[in-house]
Write a protein that binds this ligand. Structure first.
Ligand code: HEC
Ligand code: HEC
Length: 143
C-alpha cells in the first residue's frame, strides 16, 4: 500500500484544504489572543458551533482541544478541523469526537457505576484510556 492509499483508507474524506504548513502552536496562540478577556466565559458563548462543551470555560476548552483530544489521539488539530474555519463540521472526525464524548459519558455515568466491587470509588475512563496516542485503539498488547 502506498502512503497515498493509506491516507485515503484512514481519512474517509479527502481534505480539500492544504494542511502541510499548518502551525499548531501559532494557531493556538492566535485563538488565545482572539478570546483574550473572555477566557472564563462559557465556550458556548465564546465560540460559534459548540454542542458538547457549552458550559466549559473557553480557556479550558482550548486546553481540552490541545491535550484531551490532540495528544490523546496523537493527532494535530487538522485531523478534525479545517483550520480556516474552526466552527465548520466538514471533517467527519469532528462529529465522531462528539459521539465519542457521549459514549464516554455513558460509560462513566451508567456502565461503570453499575459494576460492583471496583477498586476506585468513582472509576472513570477518558479518551486516553483507549487511544493512548493513537487514532485507532489497539486490540492487541503487542501493537
Ligand atoms: C479529535 C477531534 C478534534 C481535535 C484533534 C481538535 N478538535 Fe477542536 N473541536 C472538536 C469538536 C468535536 C468541536 C466541537 C465541540 C462541541 O460541539 O462542543 C471542536 C471545536 C473547536 C473550536 C470551536 C469553533 C467554533 O467556533 O465553534 C475551536 C476554536 C477548536 N475546536 C480548536 C481546536 C484546536 C486549536 C485544535 C488543536 C490544538 C483542535 N481544535 C483539535 C474536535 C477536535
Ligand atoms: C472505550 C474505548 C474508547 C474511548 C474511551 C474513546 N474512543 Fe475514540 N475510538 C475508539 C474506537 C474503537 C474507534 C474506532 C477505530 C476504528 O476505526 O477501528 C475510535 C475512533 C475515534 C475517532 C475516529 C478516528 C479516525 O480518524 O479514524 C475519533 C476522532 C475518536 N475516536 C475520538 C475520541 C475522543 C475525542 C475520545 C474521548 C472523548 C475517545 N475517542 C474515546 C474507542 C474509544
Amino acid at each position: 500500500m502506498t502512503v497515498y492509499e493509506s491516507q485515503i483508507l484512514t481519512v474517509p474524506v479527502l481534505t480539500p484544504f492544504d494542511t502541510t504548513n499548518f502551525d499548531q502552536e501559532k494557531a493556538l496562540k492566535e485563538l488565545r489572543e482572539k478570546i483574550r478577556g473572555r477566557e472564563q466565559e462559557a465556550a458556548g458563548l465564546v465560540f460559534d458551533n459548540i454542542r458538547s462543551f457549552e458550559r466549559t470555560t473557553a480557556d479550558r476548552f482550548l486546553r481540552i482541544m490541545e491535550m484531551g483530544f490532540g495528544k490523546s489521539l496523537g493527532v494535530r488539530c487538522t485531523h478534525c478541523h479545517n483550520p480556516g474555519d474552526w466552527s465548520s463540521d466538514e471533517k467527519p472526525q469532528k462529529q465522531i469526537a462528539r459521539d465519542m464524548m457521549k459514549m464516554v459519558g455513558r460509560i462513566n455515568q451508567e456502565l461503570l457505576p453499575a459494576i460492583n466491587n471496583l477498586e476506585s470509588e468513582r472509576p472513570i475512563v477518558n479518551c486516553t484510556t483507549c487511544h493512548r496516542g493513537q487514532v485507532k485503539p489497539a486490540l492487541n498488547i503487542n501493537n
